[in-house]
Design a protein around this ligand. Structure first.
Ligand SMILES: [Zn+2]
Length: 416
């Protein structure tokens, strides 16, 4: 059974015109007219696919196909259709449109699965407007409060709640958005890899092992400012020299692990004069891995290592834990169904973790999840340059179709 490659590709391109900016990229921020237009187009596609369409009070759009078994748990497929500033047309959109394509294909072939199937486009995954993200999926699992909507504002001081009211939603009615976890069998998401692993392995699709958790640290080192010409090397307390040593160790520490990635993405030097030994420096470390235990262990190691280096150099140190997110493993049954489908197509199974956060991570708190990654040209995303080949998009949907058929063949809601 084959999905309709042309239809899927045409929809990616049609949706990929909504919110196009002068820079060539897409601006589809949450609760804007561009996002509304995109949602209406998604609803039209869902209707064409023969699905029953609904939108909830946070703006998640659903298209459902009944199963043979009225008590069957739903196999949910989704992603998002909002974008970052000047974003690409594949990130998120490809997951939603692949889901619709799979259900439309089944409908056209006259196939009704045992379990119900549902596609969802979650609201505000990227968080580009309100610096939040994952709003739709968090509301769906009941993890979002009215205060979250009232407290976060965009650059114009408009809160999420106000923006919602302006678009006709009721921000006080989050209770109606929360899903009955017991009615969902699993959640599948097709997404662009946003990295170079699949490209380097020369495969169109990849099997995601899990979504990495993260730790963000902020490190501040205080030394002693001084004249660059008159302070002998032996008498210096240079915080930048200490930081460089630490950052070098951070890189080594990451490389010693199997899959851990660590990044220093922000760095401030004060006062920042060409002829002044710095008085203090501040930098961040982003640490990601699938294993929570390893993440905690690495944070402890970094703490010890930075303390030792700073003590040796007679500079003082402050370490702040900025942010912590738990990772989620993909579930065995979903994982297996994707793996078998990829193998059946004669494609080498490349297993990789997701270093980026996705709606699947949130949904993973209430049900089994699985993800299929698509080869991404040069690993580039979040720009207008973002690109997936048509055949790869098609293969992703084809693997999704095979996985969904396997997963939707059984399982019942437990009553009483
Ligand atoms: Zn995305």
């Amino acid at each position: 059974m084959h999905i309709n490659e042309e239809r899927l590709w045409n929809r990616i391109n049609e949706l990929g015109e909504i919110g196009r900016s002068e820079n060539g990229g897409l601006n589809r921020f949450s609760f804007t007219d561009e996002e509304r237009q995109a949602k209406e187009l998604i609803k039209k596609y869902m209707a064409e696919a023969g699905l029953s369409v609904r939108e909830d009070e946070i703006g998640n759009v659903f298209g459902k196909m009944d199963g043979k078994n009225p008590n069957g748990k739903t196999v949910l497929i989704g992603s998002h259709i909002d974008t970052v500033l000047n974003g690409g047309k594949f990130d998120g959109a490809v997951g939603v449109l692949s889901g619709i394509e799979v259900l439309q294909t089944l409908n056209e072939k006259g196939i009704t699965t045992e379990n119900p199937l549902e596609v969802v486009a979650f609201t505000d995954e990227e968080g580009a407007r309100f610096s939040t993200g994952l709003l739709g999926s968090e509301a769906y699992i009941g993890d979002l409060t009215y205060n979250d909507l009232a407290d976060n504002t965009d650059n114009n001081g408009i809160s999420i709640a106000e923006a919602m009211i302006n678009q006709g939603y009721d921000p006080t009615n989050l209770a109606s958005v929360k899903a009955d976890a017991n009615s969902i069998k699993c959640y599948l998401e097709v997404h662009i890899e946003q990295g170079k692993v699949l490209e380097s392995k020369n495969v169109p699709v990849g099997l995601v092992t899990g979504i990495a958790g993260l730790r963000w640290l902020k490190i501040k080192i205080n030394g002693e400012a001084g004249h660059a010409g008159t302070t002998p090397m032996a008498l210096r307390k240079d915080p930048l020299a200490a930081a460089v040593e630490i950052i070098h160790r951070v890189e080594q520490l990451a490389k010693e692990q199997e899959q851990t990635v660590m990044t220093v993405g922000q760095f401030i030097v004060n006062p920042g004069g060409i002829n002044v030994i710095p008085s203090n420096v501040e930098f961040t470390i982003d640490i990601r891995d699938l294993s929570e235990a390893l993440l905690d262990q690495l944070v402890t190691q970094i703490n010890n290592m930075t303390h030792n280096i700073c003590a040796k150099r007679e500079v003082t140190l402050e370490v702040e834990n900025l942010h912590s997110v738990s990772g989620v493993d993909c579930s065995a049954e979903v994982y297996q169904s994707i793996q078998t489908t990829i193998e059946d197509k004669g494609i080498e199974v490349v297993k990789l973790p997701s270093g980026a956060i996705h709606d699947a991570m949130v949904i993973g708190k209430i049900t089994d999840i699985g993800m299929i990654f698509l080869r991404t040209k040069d690993g580039i995303s979040h720009t207008s340059e973002e690109w997936c080949e048509k055949e790869d998009v098609s293969m992703g949907a084809q693997v999704l179709l095979g996985s969904v058929i396997k997963l939707a063949a059984n399982s019942f809601v437990q009553h009483g």
